[in-house]
Design a protein around this ligand. Structure first.
Ligand SMILES: NC(=O)c1ccc[n+]([C@@H]2O[C@H](COP(=O)([O-])OP(=O)(O)OC[C@H]3O[C@@H](n4cnc5c(N)ncnc54)[C@H](O)[C@@H]3O)[C@@H](O)[C@H]2O)c1
Ligand SMILES: N[C@@H](CCC=O)C(=O)O
Length: 545
C-alpha cells in the first residue's frame, strides 16, 4: 500500500504509566488477570516454528520465584531439528519480509504496541509478575510501558533513519541510500529480567526487515511466548521471528555455527556475551559476511554524594535504585560513596531506618515494595556474597537475612565497608545488596577517580550535589564510567526515547536501545547513484589539446 504515497507516521509518545492504586479499574483488571492466570497454570509452551506449535515432549519447568514449588509454565525444549527448521523457515521468509513496504512493517509494530498496552496489558503484566517476580509497578514499567514504547519508538526511529539521504546531487544525478537488512538471520538471546527487552531484541532487527531466531531466557519463557503471540496477532508474517525455547548453549551454538548467521542481539551477563563473541570470532571463515554483534551486559552502578547533597532525597533515591525489583535491573545501584560529613550527619541513620522499612514478599500481594530474586542459583550466589562481605569485615547496616523456604526472598541488605575494593564494591551481584564506602570530604576528586577505576563496568551512575562546580568535576572525571549518567537522580529508570540506554567497557557495545543508533547495527547501507544524462564522448576536457 505504501507505493502510491509517502505516508506520515502518527505522533509517537511514551505510554502513560498507570498507578494501580486501590479501587482503581486498573488494579481490579490486573488482580483479575492474576487470579485467572493462577487458576490456569501451569501453561504448556511449545516452540513456534513458522507460526505453528512444535512440541518435542522434553518438558522443562519455569518455576515461579515467589513460590518455587509451582511452575508458571513448562516448555518444550527445542531439538536440533526444531532449531534447523527455525533457521530454514526464517531464511525462506526473508525475501518477502524485506520487500514488505515500510508502511506495512510500521503498521504491524504500531498494532503490536496497542495490543501490548491495551488488550494484553494485564495478561502480560501478570505473566511478568508470576514468572519473573515483579510487583505491579515494576511490571507496569516493563511489560506495559517499556515494551509499548520500544515498538512505537522503533517506528519513529526507523522512519527517521530511512529519511537520512545524501545531502547533495550533482546535476543530472539522483543519489539515494537504501538501508538493507542483514544478509542472513539475526539471533536474539534475551535476559530474564525485562519482558520488554525480549520484545525489543527481536523487534529492533525485525522492523528493519531482518528475520530472527529468538532464544528466550528459560526464566522468562512464558512472558516471551506471549510477546511472540502478540507480534503474530499484530500481523507479523509467521516465519519472520521463530521462537525456540530450550537449552541455551546448544541452541545458541547451533545458530552461531550456521553459515547464514548474520547478527547477534544479546542482553545478559558479561561472561556469557564474551563467550559468544569468542565463538563467533572462531567461525569467521564460515560466514558469508561479518556478523554484527550487539550486546548489552552487566553493571556495577554507583551513586556519588557530594558534601552539598541533600541527605533525605539522596537516601530515597538510593533505596529505590538499589532495592526495587530486588536489584535485578542491569542499572541497579550497588555501591555508594558518601562523604564523612553527610554520613555522620544523618545519612547513616536515615539509610538504615529507611532500608529496614522496605517490605519483601510475593508479587501477588500488592503491598510489598519488592519481591523474590529469580531462582536458586541467584539466591545461593547472593547469600554467599553477603557472607563473604561479612567475612571480609563488612558491617551489615540493614538486612542480610535470606529465606528460600517458599520463594527466593532476600532482605534488602546494606553493607558498610572500609575497603573500596572489597568484593561487593567490585563484582556485579544482581540482587538487593548495597555497599557503602565513606570518603573524607576533602577527597571528592580522588573519589571520582576511585569510582572510575574500581570495576570493569561502565553502565549507569549518578552524582548528587548542590554545587555546580562539583557537578562539572564529576561529569568530567566520570565521563567513561557510565553510559547512562544521572545528575541528582537515581541511576535506574531509563525511558525509551528519553534516555537511550547502554554502557561501554565490560557493560556492552553501547548501541543504545531506545534510540536510532541501534537500527544502524541491523542494517547495511547501499549507496545508489542514478544518472539521468547520457555521455556523448569519453574524453575529458583535460584530454583535449
Ligand atoms: N545492559 C543492559 O541493557 C542489560 C539489561 C538487562 C540485563 N542485563 C544483564 O543481564 C544479566 C542478567 O540476566 P540473565 O541472568 O538472563 O543473564 P544470562 O547471561 O545468564 O542469560 C542471558 C541469555 O543468555 C543465555 N545463556 C546463558 N548461558 C548461555 C550459554 N552458555 N550459551 C549461550 N547462551 C546462554 C540465557 O539463556 C539467556 O537467554 C545481568 O548481568 C544484567 O546486568 C543487562
Ligand atoms: N531500562 C532499565 C534498564 C534495563 C536493565 O535491566 C533501567 O534503566 O532501569
Amino acid at each position: 500500500m505504501a507505493q502510491l504515497a509517502s505516508f506520515k507516521i502518527p505522533v509517537i509518545d511514551n505510554e502513560p504509566m498507570r498507578s494501580y492504586a486501590p479501587d482503581t479499574a486498573d488494579r481490579k483488571g490486573l488482580e483479575a488477570a492474576l487470579a485467572k492466570m493462577q487458576s490456569e497454570l501451569p501453561f504448556e509452551v511449545p516452540a513456534v516454528i513458522n507460526g505453528k506449535p512444535v512440541k518435542s515432549g522434553d518438558l522443562q519447568p519455569q518455576p515461579m520465584p515467589h513460590d518455587h514449588a509451582n511452575n508458571l509454565c513448562t516448555y518444550h525444549a527445542s531439538t536440533p531439528e526444531t532449531v534447523q527448521a527455525a533457521i530454514d523457515g526464517a531464511l525462506a521468509a526473508k525475501s518477502a519480509w524485506e520487500d514488505m513496504p515500510w508502511a506495512d512493517r510500521a503498521a504491524i509494530f504500531l498494532k503490536a504496541a496497542d495490543l501490548v498496552t491495551g488488550k494484553y496489558r494485564f495478561e502480560l503484566m501478570a505473566a511478568t509478575m508470576l514468572g519473573q517476580g515483579k510487583n505491579a509497578w515494576q511490571a507496569e514499567i516493563d511489560a506495559a510501558a517499556e515494551l509499548g514504547d520500544f515498538f512505537r519508538f522503533s517506528v519513529k526511529y526507523v522512519e527517521e533513519l530511512y529519511q537520512q539521504q545524501p545531502p547533495r546531487n550533482s546535476p543530472g544525478v539522483w543519489n539515494r541510500t537504501e538501508f538493507r537488512p542483514l544478509e542472513g538471520f539475526v539471533l536474539a538471546v534475551t535476559p530474564f529480567n525485562f519482558t520488554a527487552i525480549g520484545g525489543n531484541l527481536v523487534g529492533a532487527p525485525a522492523i528493519v526487515g531482518n528475520v530472527c531466531v529468538w532464544k528466550p531466557s528459560p526464566m522468562g519463557t512464558y512472558s516471551s511466548y506471549l510477546v511472540h503471540k502478540i507480534l503474530l496477532e499484530a500481523g507479523l508474517p509467521p516465519s519472520v521471528v521463530q521462537f525456540v525455547p530450550g537449552s541455551p548453549p546448544e541452541i545458541v551454538k547451533q545458530c552461531i555455527d550456521h553459515r547464514a548467521f548474520a547478527g547477534l542481539h544479546f542482553t545478559g551477563s558479561t561472561q556469557v556475551f564474551r563467550s559468544l563473541w569468542k565463538q563467533i570470532a572462531n567461525n569467521l571463515d564460515i560466514y558469508k559476511g561479518y556478523p554484527r554483534i550487539v550486546g548489552e551486559t552487566g553493571g556495577k552502578n554507583f551513586h556519588l554524594y557530594h558534601p552539598t547533597a541533600d541527605t533525605s532525597s539522596g537516601v530515597i533515591q538510593a533505596i529505590r535504585a538499589a532495592f526495587e525489583y530486588s536489584g535485578q535491573k542491569c542499572s541497579a545501584l550497588s555501591r555508594i560513596y558518601v562523604p564523612r560529613s553527610l554520613w555522620e550527619g544523618s545519612f547513616r541513620d536515615t539509610l538504615a531506618a529507611e532500608s529496614n522499612k522496605v517490605t519483601v514478599g510475593p508479587c501477588t500481594s500488592f503491598e510489598y515494595f519488592t519481591g523474590p530474586v529469580i531462582g536458586k542459583p541467584a539466591f545461593d550466589r547472593i547469600k554467599s556474597v553477603i557472607a563473604q562481605a561479612k567475612a571480609e569485615g563488612g558491617e551489615i547496616l540493614a538486612g542480610g537475612e535470606c529465606d528460600d523456604s517458599k520463594g527466593y526472598f532476600i532482605k534488602p541488605t546494606v553493607i558498610v565497608t572500609k575497603d573500596p575494593k572489597s568484593v561487593t564494591m567490585v563484582q556485579e551481584i544482581f540482587g538487593p545488596v548495597l555497599t557503602v564506602y565513606v570518603y573524607e570530604d576533602a577527597d571528592f576528586e580522588a573519589t571520582c577517580e576511585l569510582i572510575d577505576t574500581t570495576t570493569e563496568y561502565g553502565l549507569t551512575g549518578s552524582i548528587f550535589a548542590n554545587d555546580r562546580a562539583a557537578l562539572k568535576v564529576a561529569a568530567h572525571k566520570l565521563r567513561n564510567a557510565a553510559g547512562n549518567f544521572y545528575i541528582n537522580d537515581k541511576c535506574t529508570g531509563a525511558v525509551v526515547g528519553q534516555q537511550p540506554f547502554g554502557g561501554a567497557r565490560a557493560s556492552g557495545t553501547n548501541d543504545k536501545s531506545g534510540s536510532m543508533s541501534i537500527f544502524y547495527r541491523f542494517t547495511s547501507a547501499r549507496s545508489i547513484k542514478e544518472n539521468f544524462v547520457e555521455p556523448t564522448e569519453f574524453h575529458y576536457p583535460s584530454n583535449l589539446l
